[in-house]
Every structure is written in structure tokens, then in C-alpha cells.
Design a protein around this ligand. Structure first.
Ligand code: SF4
Ligand code: SF4
Length: 379
């Protein structure tokens, strides 16, 4: 959240952000180029078949994206992230990437790193991105098969990560944990260590954004108790964490969903930096402040132009990014880390409605830390 950010005036990125916030101007943008993907992950929030996608619009053409890139560059955007689906599968990816680099963007890639052709590798060799964020889905081919449907997925991904590293391109790793891969946590941790890369854990899984996934993400995601236990144990204790979760689950009988007081209005302070200076344009042309807000009052930059769409977003800024009154008075608010407007929207369809999944997780995490603390004290 923006209030907690410690700004470093000697750091050019911080100064750019501060200036952009002050001027209410865009500084970073995500182009979600496609819903298509080489993987078929069970918890995916974006992947669709072409038939499913047809009712939500069409993929934008290369010329449309190039024109949009020129518009956002003119508007002041410096950081451009290409995402998907798997963005490298977008038919015009290479041309868009190269021309965007020549426009002066600082380019980031979000990718599963499972489908780089020789041509994509040559492109990255000639024009390296600033960084590539890669999400891992397991620590071996068997688990990749179970999660993504690709029995050679792990080998391909590691090979491509090593390729990126050989070019000196910084790689950021995430590990998305679901029921099918949670016991691979030690292997993933070992792999990341061998690659010399830190990684973020992602256990907070939400439904497909358009409700058309082939799978039900809720049946694959960890329960709040499992998430809490996984968060508190080191990777090699993943099995123990899952076992302990069964006991922790029982604590939910004491949980009460926090309730909003009738008299307290929502505050207008709940905003991350991105809510001020970022935007995301989805494959069908809808625009919001971030990918997670996809579907909430979408703006249409391909129809009205980027500047008009940006002005429309900013006109709704205070209304969209506010803290619900229930969260203002909640005794767990300090421990509740994944509770922004976008996350609430993903979980409930309303930016101002806390997601019980988040609340239960926060409650159990606090409880588990207390139980462990007491155990430590008793030793
Ligand atoms: S790799 Fe990413 S975009 Fe592709 S199916 Fe998996 S979660 Fe979805
Ligand atoms: S989302 Fe977090 S702060 Fe809001 S009510 Fe739930 S636990 Fe409390």
C-alpha cells in the first residue's frame, strides 16, 4: 500500500513513480496479449479455448497493439509488460516486442517459459528484456504433467530459464501452489537454489476471471488452513504442514466473519502504487488499473483512445480503491496482506466486499503462529 512505501529519493524508479502519482499520469502498463497458452493449468484464471473466448470479444491485431503502444508511450508510460496466457504465442509477438523496444519502453515479460522457439530465443538474444517473471508449477515432469498437462513441461521450463540466465537476463520466479503440486515444494525450492534464484510463493488462487475454465480452481486450491500451515513451514516440511492443517482446520469453529459497522463509511486510503500509475489492457481491449480488476467497469481504449480511457479510470479512482468499513475496524487488519480492491473483486465480484477465503486464511495464520509460538515457549 502506498502509505507504507519507503521512498528512496536517490533511486530513479522511485522518483519516476512519485512524479507520476503527483501528476496522475500512467507510468506502467500490461498488455495481456492473448488468452491462449501452451499449458492447461487447472487453476488458471485466463486460459480459454477459442470457442469460449469468442463470446468475450476478439484478439486485438498487431497493428492495433502497435498503435496502442504508440499511444501509451506518448502518454508517458515507460514500463511495458507483455503477458497472457503465454504472450510469446501471440502471432505478432516478435514484431510488437521489437517495435516496442525501439519506441523506448523498458520491457518486461510474464511467461511460463515453456514454449520458446528458436526465433523467440534469437529475439531475446538480440534485444534482451529488462526481466522475465516465470511461474513454476512443480519440481519435476510428473508434476508438470499433473498441473499443466505437459509431461515434459519441467525440463522445457528449466532449459529456457537457464537460457535466459546465460544472456544475463534477470529472472523472477514464482511458485504457484495447488493441491496437485504442494508436495513438490521441497523440489521447487531445491531447483530455485540450483538456479541461484529466490522465489515467491503463490497460494492465493481465485476463480477463472470469466467463469469458463475447464476446471474448477476451487477444487485445486489449498484450504485456508493448508495455506496457513504452508506459509509457516519451510519447504522440506510441506508434508508435515499439510498434516497439521487438518488439526488447524478445527479452529474454524471459533471463526466469525467480521461484520461492517453500520455507521462507519468506507475510507479512501486503500491503494497500491499501481492503482495510481498503472493500467492493464486485456486481450479483448478492456482496460482497468490491474489484471486482477479485469471485468470491473472496463474502459475501452481501442474505441475511445488511451487518454480518454485513462481519464475515465482516474475519475473512478477514489471510488474504486477504498477500504471497506469492515476492514477498517477488523482486529486482523494488520495481518491481512492480500486485501486490496482488486483481490476482493477477484474473490467476490465486488471490490468492497471482503472475501471469506482471505478472512479465514488470515484468522488461521494468526492462530497457527500463536500455537507454534506457545509450543516454542513450552520447550
Ligand atoms: S501457464 Fe499461466 S496462463 Fe498458461 S494455463 Fe498455466 S496459469 Fe494459465
Ligand atoms: S479482508 Fe482482512 S481486514 Fe477485511 S474483514 Fe477480512 S480479515 Fe479483516
Amino acid at each position: 500500500m502506498i502509505r507504507q512505501k519507503v521512498w528512496n529519493p536517490d533511486w530513479i524508479e522511485d522518483r519516476l513513480q512519485q512524479k507520476a502519482i503527483q501528476l496522475r499520469r500512467p507510468l506502467s502498463c500490461i498488455f495481456e496479449l492473448t488468452y491462449r497458452c501452451n499449458f492447461h493449468c487447472k487453476m488458471c484464471y485466463v486460459r480459454m479455448d477459442d470457442e469460449q473466448a469468442a463470446s468475450f470479444g476478439r484478439l486485438r491485431t498487431l497493428d492495433e497493439w502497435l498503435d496502442m503502444a504508440a499511444q501509451i508511450r506518448k502518454a508517458g508510460v515507460f514500463y511495458l509488460t507483455l503477458s497472457g496466457g503465454e504472450c510469446t504465442l501471440y502471432p505478432g509477438f516478435e514484431t510488437l516486442y521489437e517495435k516496442a523496444a525501439r519506441m523506448g519502453f523498458c520491457l518486461n515479460i510474464m511467461s511460463n517459459a515453456g514454449a520458446y522457439t528458436k526465433s523467440i530465443r534469437d529475439l531475446f538474444r538480440r534485444i534482451p528484456p529488462r526481466n522475465v517473471a516465470v511461474t513454476l508449477y512443480g519440481g519435476c515432469n510428473e508434476t508438470y504433467d499433473a498441473v499443466t498437462g505437459d509431461p515434459q513441461g519441467f525440463d522445457k521450463v528449466i532449459d529456457n530459464i537457464r537460457f535466459l540466465q546465460s544472456l544475463g537476463i534477470p529472472v523472477k520466479l514464482n511458485f504457484t501452489i495447488i493441491r496437485e503440486n504442494v508436495l513438490d515444494y521441497p523440489k521447487v525450492s531445491k531447483t530455485a537454489g540450483e538456479l541461484g534464484l529466490p522465489y515467491n510463493l503463490i497460494t492465493d488462487i481465485t476463480q477463472h476471471q470469466r467463469g469458463v475454465s475447464l476446471y474448477d480452481a476451487r477444487s485445486s486450491r489449498l484450504t485456508p488452513a493448508e495455506r496457513a500451515c504452508i506459509a509457516c513451514h519451510p519447504p522440506q516440511e510441506a508434508a508435515l504442514a499439510m498434516e497439521n492443517a487438518r488439526e488447524l482446520e478445527k479452529e474454524l469453529v471459533h471463526f466469525r466473519q467480521p461484520v461492517a459497522p453500520e455507521t462507519l463509511p468506507p475510507s479512501q486510503q486503500d491503494s497500491c502504487i499501481g492503482s495510481h500509475t498503472a493500467c492493464a489492457i486485456m486481450w479483448n481491449g478492456d482496460m482497468q488499473s490491474c489484471i486482477s480488476m479485469n471485468g470491473y467497469h472496463p474502459k475501452k481504449p481501442f474505441d475511445v483512445g488511451f487518454e480518454t480511457a485513462w481519464a475515465q479510470l482516474k475519475a473512478e479512482q477514489e471510488e474504486t480503491f477504498r477500504t471497506p468499513s469492515v476492514c477498517q475496524v477488523c482486529s486482523m487488519a494488520d495481518e491481512c496482506l492480500q486485501n486490496c480492491s482488486a483481490r476482493r473483486f477477484e474473490g467476490t465480484g465486488i471490490p468492497f466486499e471482503p472475501d471469506p477465503y482471505t478472512c479465514q486464511y488470515t484468522y488461521l495464520l494468526k492462530k497457527y503462529k500463536t500455537i507454534n509460538y506457545k509450543k516454542e515457549q513450552a520447550k
